[in-house]
Design a protein around this ligand. Sequence first.
Ligand code: HEM
Length: 544
Amino acid sequence: MAIQKIIGSLSITDCLIFFVLIFITYIFNFYHKYLTRPNPLPGPLPLPFIGNLHNIVYDLKLFYDNCRSNYGDICEIMFDGRRCIILSRPEYIEKFMSQTFFAKLPYFQGLDEIGIYGHAIAFNVDEKSWKYNKQFFTQALLPPRVIDTFVKSTNKLFEELSGYWKSLGRQNSSNNNNDNWTLEIDFSRWFHAFTNDFISMVATGERTYSIASYYNMQSSVKSEHPDALVEDGDKFVRAILKYVESLRFFMFIGSFMRHYFPIIKNVANSYLKNRDVLYEKFDHIIRKRRKEIEEMPMGTEMKVDILTSLITANTEKDTTNIKTLGDETVKPMADEEISCNLIEAIAAGTDTTANIICYINYCLCKHPNVKQKMISEIDSIFSKSPNKYYLESDDLSKLKYCKAIIKEAYRLFPVLSFVSRYIKEGYEVAGYKWTAGTLFHLNITGVHRHPDVWPNPEIFDPDRFYNSEKVDKSENKYSLIIFGGGSRLCPGRKLAMREVLLLMALVYRYYNVELVNVHEPLKIVSSTTNNLQNLKVRISPRII
Ligand code: HEM
């Protein structure tokens, strides 16, 4: 009653003064806490309420690119109300690359709401559940038999892509029947479509027909795949892309805004609806495959894809030997968990691989000498067997210079700007003691362009990884972290390396590739990955 009386007696000016006082007290507290923090490090000044969101959200890549030169090997930002320490030196990140389990994130209510937090692998913070999922996932991807099968699928899919290029090239030329055509293409769009088609096949055994769909958009004749299949694939890809986009939204936009702020609430709801549609689609795919597997007589050869492997693991149809996790016997994987793993595989394997292919292509077009040396290496594989069209795993292991190019392109243009680690207990890093709850970002660009580690770090020079003298000098274990490291090492690394190598070899074996405009700056849109967009190249068939 007394409080009601006091509130009733307040004028508008009193209320305003009251809110201003609260606001000033908050600001004072915020900066007092900031200025008296333990182990203060350099970094951009955080703002109340948003921390350093404004520094990173507009151009994430630029921020991490400049982080080391502006603030040094160790600096800090404030993210989601907590300190985030950015490490840009191999020696500092080394501790996080051990086999000890590290979470990657603190608790994110938004990620929980969208349904990924604590599930599958990348967003899993529970050691036991993460181990369970990662073991299954790795088992599904790493065996040589599996990799060989996917090498064959890449060859076949490239043949289809090549057919589309040829058809568009001929449609573009005055003479429809010859191989004397040139075609301008958006390399980035084609290879996003390609990796999407491919990873969907790897994950579920079913294609998205993304390359056919992109071809149909540009061609006067349609691909041979039925329209309904292509449209279905399109819908599926759009739902996946929207889901990936929603992860960022649910991480950055706070719970209050998502639930009560009118326009934002609608966006959140549309993301949740998309999630439900996507999970329903995966449910359907999983149920269908379970039934197929159940009906298969024992001993029948199974399909090679992640879905089949996750369904059969630890069942009587299991041909591998997972069975135990530590000392515990583990159970087969539940459908909900399988869905999350499949979504993660598709999300993690599309943009990463497509972008690295684009960056490699850009570097090659900018460095004709490197390109020529690489083409000689590729041709040497084919010249040993003149009727060869496809390449096999054994051929790929001979492409040493191509591998060096991949590493060097990735060093200069990492697809991910950073990887994160979150400590649940006190820990010593870079000579400082950190309390539980500190988040670390391992700055990939900072490490990859560190002048103490890499001589002339801004120069594209694949010989760093080819010429053994140079390799010994400059490559220390954590100075190149393409696939992260330690317990969190990327389980898709072998598959991705094979796919990228094979695509390089096939594209440059069969096509001349030039940038349409050599002087045009790169268009990189940085979000979860550093997406290279609108990479216009001119292709024509190589006369071999
Ligand atoms: C060129 C392509 C790829 C690159 C550059 C790449 C890079 C990375 C990096 C840097 C990490 C973080 C590692 C860390 O925190 O230390 C990661 C994690 C991961 N990647 Fe990849 N990746 C690629 C392809 C793939 C593919 C094809 C798949 C699956 C089919 C995949 C699945 C995953 C998963 C599930 C994780 C989470 C691992 C964990 O947290 O334990 N990646 N990847």
